[in-house]
Write a protein that binds this ligand. Structure first.
Ligand SMILES: [Zn+2]
Ligand SMILES: [Zn+2]
Length: 188
């Protein structure tokens, strides 16, 4: 079991075409692939009426209530909603770095989403932010070169960024076997 996974999408990310219909909150909760699980659907799909149901469903499932914010355009509005934490797309823009300060002022954890994918300048990111190593994006760039210089400057979190059950890892198949009462046979 993983320690934590706070970057997971569900069918609440309605406009994200990587989502499959099986990726529901109930399904993610049932897999129990990590000790601490948080859901972080894209804020732009929650702000227009879906937030109340999202919040209630996550609380009832015992999962942390997060959201992924696409830069400064959405940050001020997102900060007015009650989330346990924020995941933030910080592009290399003055406005994106400025909005980070306003999110931090809420006193909730702020995680910088896959900074290697956006070429976020980590020299401009406050050290109170948590830096994500993201399973969906880490391998697409020279991660040693990107993260290496900052390894002692920040605290890091490791996330799946799952949009589909298989991104939660082999725990999905293991959970099915357990529920079926099947014990895996070791071939070797
Ligand atoms: Zn993202
Ligand atoms: Zn994401």
């Amino acid at each position: 079991m993983l320690n934590q996974d706070l970057h997971i999408h569900t069918i609440y990310s309605t406009g994200d075409d990587a989502i499959v219909p099986e990726q529901t909150i109930a399904f993610v909760a049932s897999v129990k692939h990590a000790k601490i699980v948080g859901i972080s659907d894209h804020f732009e799909y929650l702000s227009d009426g879906a937030y109340e149901a999202y919040y209630k469903e996550l609380r009832e499932a015992g999962l942390k209530v997060g959201t992924e914010i696409d830069g400064h355009q959405f940050a001020d509005e997102a900060a007015t909603f009650n989330f346990d934490y924020f995941i933030y797309h910080c592009r290399d823009l003055d406005a994106d770095y400025r909005s980070l300060e306003r999110l931090l002022a809420k006193g909730k954890p702020v995680l910088i989403a896959h900074p290697n994918a956006f070429n976020t300048n980590l020299n401009r990111v406050p050290s109170e932010c948590f830096i994500e190593i993201n399973n969906r994006y880490v391998w697409r760039t020279d991660w040693k070169k990107f993260y290496g210089p900052f390894k002692d400057s920040f605290k890091f979190v490791i996330s799946s960024d799952a949009h589909q059950p298989n991104s939660l890892g082999q725990a999905v198949a293991q959970n099915a076997a357990v529920q079926l009462g099947i014990k895996e046979h070791m071939v070797f």
